[in-house]
Design a protein around this ligand. Structure first.
Ligand code: HEM
Length: 634
């Protein structure tokens, strides 16, 4: 017997069933035999997508490049804080529970604090701070690097090229995955930070008046925002580090902390600690708390709605979930609602077939299945789109096997790599669409929502038939192409909250790269197997000549090019959405991620999570999960 993954059916079903009520046949009609929620309906799935580079040249991918050199476990920087002072709180004990903890503690019994909230990001390469300790990166010469906003304006213009194959759902599930993996400590994401690094009128403050932890984004004189509003400064607060929390000796380089647990455990739904999890539960029938409006279930109301949402009326929806970013954009919120509803669907189904189970058992078993489905969707449906199916197989991130695979390794540190979260994974901000399609049941798009009208205003998904129409939009609208071009909705209008202009996510990404002192593009490129560049022209092996010329105009030396910037300009590796350097980082991250945790499905602490789908199948009825089993076709 062989498990067949019915590629893509699972997520399509979750979304469309949640949108339209539970009609499994519907998604079969929509998905078709070889289509899924990520594939644009008018295109056949291709095994190796044709990738057009913007200068018309062929994308290149030499032998071995993109397969990162494996670090021995001992070399992997540890997220464990020896002093335990505010940089990860070790659990008092690890109980022999059948269920995973909410904060991720005790996943690794040898190092129970690994992967828990408030621990350090890992690093592939040593940091590159301006002073060697904590100041933002500078050019090798000691001069300031080009303004991050200037880099954004020049390198990341708004040119609308759509992905020829994949739908917006591929982008949106990516944001779900990243929110499950990490969040910089101290981030407010959307709402104005309490630390103000610019004057109220958007001007730079006198040096002496700039609060600690500020690293403001400076708008150049020629900036379209500066020209129309006179604004020259945008708020940017540095990420909290282990030095800020006094966890390290004074001369030790800073390491940033992540506020959420590292595991792929739907902490975005259930929370990252016991208190949050409790506050989200109904404590009846294993259910999560929901509000019911117009016959539909929605996440509970956030009690601080005017503080965390950009609502214009106190009655507007503003949700509470396991992740504070839940309200950030409509399609993200929509998927969070789907995952929440899926928990309650599972709990109700389990209650019907196990009438003797109490609330706790129903809750934990539903949670377990929900997480397993999410892991399956992530590894077998979503990840191959980003990093390639062949690459995932070759690097043993996924397997095509009818056997059990047990590669759990408790020496692997699960901390999320800084190079991944702060540079490589953010490259996919390029996939964001500025307008969200509303699509009828007949698959006709009858309108769009402007993204920047609805940042942190989730009420829109409850209006009219929008939840269903946006769900269908997610499954039919193409995502933006994976390239250097970004919609101005995120580069000019991010979080504009009714104002004419907003912030610039790409300037944030470049600034954050320097805030975190990431190793330079040239260093990481070499680490990943490409030749080290001695001149800008040496970048021509993976970049267009136009981009190399622009880099040479912006930066003093090829050594100075930020990882975020250099990596985002590489031509894509065929069959993936990334260039060789970012592909290498993403591959390394998801490789580590895939075998660092124990499966909590059925056999606690005995087998790898790679087995979850098979074990899940032996545990649960196929009709419940809509998975299919077929005779081995070999
Ligand atoms: C409309 C969609 C999205 C919006 C508005 C958005 C916005 C943001 C914002 C505001 C930040 C924090 C920036 C900072 O302060 O440094 C961020 C971080 C990030 N984003 Fe996005 N994003 C979106 C989609 C995505 C997608 C599709 C991906 C990847 C597939 C992604 C990956 C990341 C990563 C890895 C981070 C850093 C996470 C961390 O804190 O460790 N984002 N994004």
């Amino acid at each position: 017997m062989k498990i067949v993954c019915c590629c893509g059916i699972l997520l399509t079903q979750l979304i469309l069933c949640s949108a339209t009520g539970y009609h499994p046949a519907y998604s079969v009609f929509f998905g078709g035999a070889h289509r899924n929620a990520y594939y644009r309906p008018q295109f056949q799935q291709q095994t190796a997508p044709v990738v057009n580079t913007f200068d018309g040249s062929n994308a290149i991918f030499g032998n071995g490049i993109g397969s990162p050199p494996r670090l021995a476990a001992q070399q992997v920087p540890s997220a464990l804080d020896p002093s335990g002072m505010g940089c990860g709180t070790p659990p008092a004990t690890c109980t022999n529970s059948r269920y995973r903890s909410f904060d991720g503690s005790c996943n690794n019994l040898r190092n129970p604090v690994w992967g828990t909230p408030n621990t350090r990001y890992g690093r592939l390469l040593p940091p590159n701070y301006g002073d060697g300790i904590s100041l933002p990166t500078r050019a090798r010469s000691g001069n300031p690097l080009p303004l991050s906003r200037t880099v954004s304006l020049i390198m990341y213009p708004d040119i609308n090229l759509e992905d020829p194959i994949f739908t917006l759902n591929a982008m949106q599930y990516g944001q779900i995955v990243t929110h499950d993996m990490s969040m910089i400590a101290g981030s407010t994401q959307a709402q104005p930070h309490s630390t103000m690094c610019c004057s109220a009128s958007g001007q730079l403050l006198e040096l002496a008046n700039i609060p600690e932890h500020c690293f403001p984004i400076v708008l150049p004189e020629s900036d379209p925002i500066a020209q129309q509003t006179n604004q020259r400064c945008q708020n940017f607060v540095r990420t909290i580090t282990d030095r800020d929390r006094n966890c390290v000796a004074q001369n030790q380089p800073a390491e940033q902390l992540t506020a959420v647990n590292a595991f792929l455990d739907l902490s975005i739904v259930y929370g990252n600690n016991d208190q949050t999890a409790q506050s989200l539960r109904q404590f009846q029938g294993g259910l999560m708390t929901v509000d019911v409006r117009n016959g539909q279930t929605w996440p509970p109301r956030n009690m601080n709605s005017s503080g965390v949402c950009a609502i214009q009326d106190i009655n507007e929806a503003c949700y509470m979930a396991g992740d504070t970013r839940v309200n950030q954009n409509p399609q993200l919120t929509l998927l969070q609602v789907v995952l929440l509803r899926e928990h309650n669907r599972l709990a109700n189904a389990l209650a019907q077939i196990n009438s003797h189970w109490d609330d706790e058992t129903l809750f934990q078993e539903a949670r377990k299945i929900n997480i397993a489905q999410h892991q399956y969707i992530t590894y077998y449906e979503w990840l191959p789109i980003y990093i390639g199916f062949g690459n995932s197989l070759k690097n043993r991130i996924i397997y095509q096997t009818s056997d059990f695979v047990n590669d759990y390794d408790d020496t692997v540190d699960p901390s999320i790599l800084n190079e991944h979260a702060t540079a490589a994974f953010r490259f996919f901000h390029s996939l964001i669409q500025g307008n969200l399609d509303l699509v009828t049941e007949e698959r006709n798009s009858y309108g769009t929502l402007r993204l920047s009208d609805w940042f942190n205003r989730p009420q829109i998904i409850e209006e009219r038939n929008n939840f269903d129409d946006l769900s269908r939009g997610l499954n039919t609208q193409p995502q933006d192409a994976s390239d250097q071009f970004h919609t101005s909705e995120i580069t000019q209008f991010l979080f504009r909250a009714g104002q004419q202009f907003g912030q610039d996510l790409k300037a944030f990404d470049v600034q954050r790269n320097r805030d975190h002192g990431l190793a330079s593009y040239n260093e990481v490129r070499q680490f990943c197997g490409l030749p080290r560049a001695n001149s800008f022209n040496d970048f021509l092996d993976v970049m267009s000549s136009k981009n190399v010329e622009q880099l040479a105009r912006l930066y003093e030396s090829p050594e100075d090019v930020d990882l975020t910037v250099g990596g985002s300009l590489e031509q894509l590796v065929p069959g993936t959405l990334a260039g060789p350097t970012f592909l290498c980082i993403l591959t390394e991250q998801f490789y580590r991620y895939s075998f660092l945790e124990i499966s909590y499905v059925c056999y606690h602490k005995t087998i790898s999570n790679r087995l979850f789908i098979i074990v899940l199948f032996t545990c649960m009825s196929s009709s419940l999960l809509n998975l299919k089993i077929q005779g081995d076709s070999k």
